[in-house]
Design a protein around this ligand. Structure first.
Ligand code: LLP
Length: 440
């Protein structure tokens, strides 16, 4: 188990997160429950922010809020003086609602809706990342109509194949994101943007994928971006002043994954900083403002999910299913990517694992699992099951499938927990249903 400072087993043999006993959390807030440790989130934000400031100079960490978006997260990011990356009108709205400074927001999306573009301009978002040419036209027209100039980055695809699940690779030749450096489309688009009267091209963005452990892939992407920047200076006398290298740092989920402390995570960033400085030296470029967009590494290991064990079914010689009161509606990652997790019984966290079980959800799908072959002590109905490292891409990808309720989230600080996302009710489920007169 990866305990670090967030998790520990207390004298009662219970799992604690951020000083709060998980069995108490389950009792007080019910299950399923997402639990987040505030100190961990802040610790990661500070570490990355300070590493850039100390070892690079001008830069900005943007929290990739798709990993976990709710008002409290933007409030924490604001207090920690970092920026945010948003990918939809909904994320932007949430950030605005939390009083997040729009100038520190970078907006992404491979198909930003006209309404999202106009909302972003109304809010005064600092940077928009141009992902395709029709969007550039829309943006130019919208800015012209408002008589203003918008700072933009161009998303380039450096063609780096990162070792991760193919659904979360983003810089292979066959990608729906950005402009390929190799094919020449990134160059064409640079020229186009430089001629757009209402768009001010500040620099480039790239993101090679998510849950990547090889520092070398990030370094390679950075090198390719710098070489592209040098080529654009050569070609168009354009010196980019901003380089956003995206997110993607891999985190610990289970045995076999690397375990980093905060400083370990700073190691990814150091590798990038070294590559950027070296590239600038090699091509004689002025050091650009360096941005990164970590999501998973900031919030992933800060979060766990608590469930209550229900039905247990043993199929002799095949497998044992331990069913919980959640499933793919609060965590679809096993279904989508075959993701692996570590689980333990929070009320008997000091007992050794004695068997391997599949953890099943309660949805009407055979594939609705949290994981297979997960080591656990013998589970009984009523046990509290904790699944670790669920802070990223769980709540944010949750759904009301089977009309199950999306679980609430609590934030723990010094042993005290408070809601940051309230529980849904059945009434919430039917709130937008409409029963036409003739069906009554
Ligand atoms: N920047 C861009 C442009 C991105 O597309 C992403 C993630 C990030 C930053 C943040 O990457 P991170 O640091 O979180 O790896 N649902 C998947 C992950 C999808 C990632 C999408 N983009 C999962 O559950 O593994």
């Amino acid at each position: 188990m990866n305990t670090r400072d967030t998790l520990r087993v207390n004298e009662r043999g219970h799992l604690e997160i951020g000083g709060a006993d998980c069995t108490e959390l389950a009792k007080n807030f019910g299950t399923p429950l997402y639990v987040f440790d505030e100190d961990y989130i802040r610790g990661m934000m500070r570490t990355l922010r300070d590493t850039i400031a100390r070892e690079y100079g001008d830069g900005l960490v943007l929290y990739a809020s798709k990993a976990f978006s709710c008002e409290a997260m933007y409030a924490i990011a604001k207090q920690e003086k970092i920026g945010a990356d948003v990918v939809s009108g909904g994320e932007l709205y949430t950030a605005m609602k939390a009083g997040f400074p729009a100038e520190n927001i970078c907006m992404h999306g491979n198909n930003k809706l006209p309404s999202e573009i106009s909302y972003a301009l109304d809010c005064g978002v600092g940077l928009l990342v141009v992902d395709n040419s029709s969007e550039a036209d829309l943006l130019e027209a919208e800015c012209a109509a408002r008589g203003r100039v918008q700072d933009v980055l161009l998303r380039i695809n450096p063609g780096v194949e990162a070792h991760t699940h193919k659904f979360i690779q983003t810089a292979t030749p066959d990608s729906k994101f950005g402009f390929s450096v190799q094919s020449g489309s990134a160059e064409e688009m640079t020229s186009y943007l430089l001629k757009s009267p209402h768009l001010r091209l500040r620099g480039f963005h790239c993101h090679i994928g998510s849950q990547i452990f090889e520092k070398q892939s990030f370094v390679l992407a950075a090198e390719k971006c710098l070489s592209f920047m040098a080529a654009m200076r050569e070609k168009f006398a354009f010196e980019a002043d901003t380089l956003n290298l995206g997110g993607g740092f891999g985190i610990w989920y289970c045995d076999g994954d690397e375990k980093f402390d905060f400083e370990g995570y700073a190691g990814y960033l150091r590798a990038l900083i070294t590559a950027v400085k070296a590239g600038c030296g090699k091509y004689g470029l002025k050091q650009p403002r360096l941005m990164i967009e970590p999501g998973r590494s900031i919030v992933g290991e800060a979060g766990i999910t608590l469930y209550t064990v229900g039905a247990i079914k043993e199929i002799k010689g095949i497998r044992k299913y331990v069913a919980v009161d959640g499933g793919m509606f609060d965590d679809p990652r096993y279904c989508l990517y075959g993701s692996k997790y570590t689980a333990l019984l929070a009320n008997r966290a000091d007992e050794p694992a004695t068997e391997k079980v599949s953890i099943a959800g309660k949805c009407c799908e055979s594939g609705d699992l949290i994981g297979v072959d997960m080591p656990l002590p013998e589970a009984r109905r009523g046990d509290i099951l904790a699944v670790l490292s669920t802070g990223a891409y769980n709540y944010s990808m949750a759904s009301n499938y089977n009309r199950n309720l999306i679980p609430p989230a609590v934030l723990v600080k010094d042993g005290n927990a408070e809601y940051i996302v309230k529980p849904q009710s059945y009434e919430d489920l039917v709130r937008n249903d409409v029963l036409p007169e003739r069906l009554k």
